[in-house]
Write a protein of this length. Structure first.
Length: 519
């Protein structure tokens, strides 16, 4: 199944992506093979792969997935015909024309058939028949899941496609984006306003005056069409809204911050795109004053933090396409930024979300990362999916210090849920399908912080089926304990039928409210 967006991004597995930067037709270059052995295949793989992303190890996928899905797509990126088909054989004409302009696929093969065979053999000969299953330490704590569950349904749609959940702590209003509807609810569940949208909502935040700004995606499915918009909604929930930016390429996230310290709010915008994308900031919200930070696809999320403690706000960005990475853009103070990539992940990693948080209370921002995007060319159970914490050594060098394995983990949020002064984690999975490994019980996990990077997991006693794409945290009932909202996203009727066949469940919650009942 193709990636949705990020989100909804789901990172494109663009192995062996080769960009013809000059825009000229790529010439066929015959590479003379040395020896048909494993070492030569590995060398060739590193040559053609390292231009675009970190080299994946053969053991990261099973033999069948390499052979039938990933390697054929790699071959297309190198200008080869696969089973007699060109790269655009199954692509919409509009999308194909946009991709052609990006020079993603070369006009001629960039590798000889002999060398391509060596690359294939390197992966197929060294890949396992199946990947190992997740093995977690036996939990002897019998920890109780500290939330009670309640399902919420709004409207009459039987196909929940919740792409946005946002809670306003000031007004206590909740924003729910479901397909082309935006619902605004008060803290008692009453619907204050319903907006009809041009396309699904992907992000919502508030300007300096507290007015909601809404980002719409354009096309939900992977696309390079520029159909997204950024709106300023009527603060009185009327029918009027103002278009601030239009013709955006599949935008998924934005942040408002005074980056150049001139007293005016600036906009940092993530255009996820598909084959092409962009991360930009706009001085004073002026579209004519765009500063492009990168033109790569897949920027999923940004956070603003003064990482180097120099008094200037820096940008921390998550890339979730081929170059899966965390990059810091250090603010130089003159409207410019210096780029430094601090974390790199394999292209099959499926990185999906991150948050900054100081886990060890040393005054430095650490990074929590989830990986579990599994809707590309390798939708298999991956034991390396899950939640990771990378601790900051104080010099913005990050080391993995905690890992909780979790199939298809799409998002996790860091908060002090039990009010004991340290940071806990709530995580949820967006299953590409249900298997014996991807069960409903383990699709939501609470990780209670015991100190010293030790966390105790707990699950819902009676699990509820839902493909959890979106998550929001807030004190929804005003009892000074943080609750959790989860939104179900089911791509289409066919996916719903498949889930029903695997689980026996025929109805799915639009939104799941987890009320904090911890003592």
């Amino acid at each position: 199944m193709k990636k949705l967006f990020y989100f909804l991004g789901f990172p494109l597995l663009c192995l062996f992506c080769f960009l013809n930067i000059s825009g000229q037709s790529a010439e066929y270059v015959e590479i003379i093979p040395v020896n048909e052995n494993q070492e030569e295949g590995k060398k060739l793989a590193s040559v053609y792969c390292a231009t675009c992303h970190k080299l994946p190890e053969p053991k990261s996928l099973d033999k069948s997935t390499w052979k039938n899905s990933v390697l054929p797509n790699m071959g297309l990126r190198l200008g080869l015909k696969i089973d007699g088909k060109e790269w655009d054989a199954d692509m919409n004409r509009t999308e194909a024309d946009l991709v052609r302009k990006l020079n993603i696929y070369p006009d001629y093969p960039l590798i000889s058939k002999t060398d391509w065979k060596l690359v294939q053999n390197y992966y197929l000969d060294n890949a396992p028949e199946i990947l190992p299953s997740v093995v977690r330490p036996v939990d002897v704590s019998n920890s109780i899941f500290p939330f009670s569950a309640q399902t919420i349904r709004i409207g009459d749609s039987k196909l929940p496609q919740v792409s946005l959940l946002r809670y306003d702590t000031i007004s206590a209003n909740l924003y729910i984006g479901d397909f082309k509807n935006l619902f605004i609810l008060d803290n008692r569940g009453n619907i204050l306003k319903t907006y009809d949208l041009d396309s699904p909502a992907s992000h919502l935040d508030f300007d300096a005056n507290g007015n909601p700004l809404l980002l719409t995606l354009g096309k939900l499915s992977p696309s390079d069409q520029s159909l997204g918009n950024l709106y300023s909604l009527d603060e009185n929930f009327g029918n009027n809204s103002k278009t601030l930016f239009s013709n955006l390429k599949r935008p998924v996230n934005f942040v408002i911050e005074d980056l150049n310290l001139d007293g005016k709010s600036d906009l940092v915008l993530c255009s996820f795109g598909h084959y092409g994308g962009k991360l930009s900031w706009f001085d004073g919200f002026d579209r004519s004053k765009e500063q492009v930070l990168n033109t790569l696809p897949g920027t999923r999320k940004v956070e603003i933090s003064d990482i180097n403690n120099d008094g200037k706000p820096d940008i921390v960005a998550l890339m979730t396409q081929a170059r899966e990475q965390i990059t810091i853009y250090y603010n130089t103070g003159d409207g410019s930024f210096e780029e430094e990539t601090v974390l790199n992940f394999d292209a099959v990693n499926g990185t999906s979300y991150f948050e900054l948080a100081d886990f060890n209370a040393d005054g430095h921002q650490d990074i929590m990362v989830t990986n579990g995007d599994n809707r590309d060319f390798s939708a298999i159970d991956k034991p390396y999916h899950g939640i990771r914490i990378f601790l900051n050594d104080g010099n913005a060098s990050f080391k993995e210090s905690f890992f909780y394995p979790m199939y298809d983990c799409g998002k996790a949020m860091v908060r002090d849920f039990d009010n004991d002064g340290d940071l806990d984690i709530i995580g949820a999975a967006l299953y590409s399908e249900y298997t014996k490994n991807r069960n409903a019980k383990e699709s939501i996990v609470y990780l209670q912080n015991n100190g010293n990077m030790d966390f105790t997991p707990s699950y819902m006693e009676v699990p509820i089926h839902g493909n959890w794409l979106t998550m929001e945290v807030g004190d929804f009932n005003g009892d000074n304990r943080l609750d959790v909202l989860l939104g179900t996203f089911i791509y289409n009727i066919q996916e719903m039928m498949s889930i029903s066949m695997n689980t026996g469940v025929n109805t799915f919650p639009q939104v799941l409210l987890l009320t904090n009942v911890s003592q």
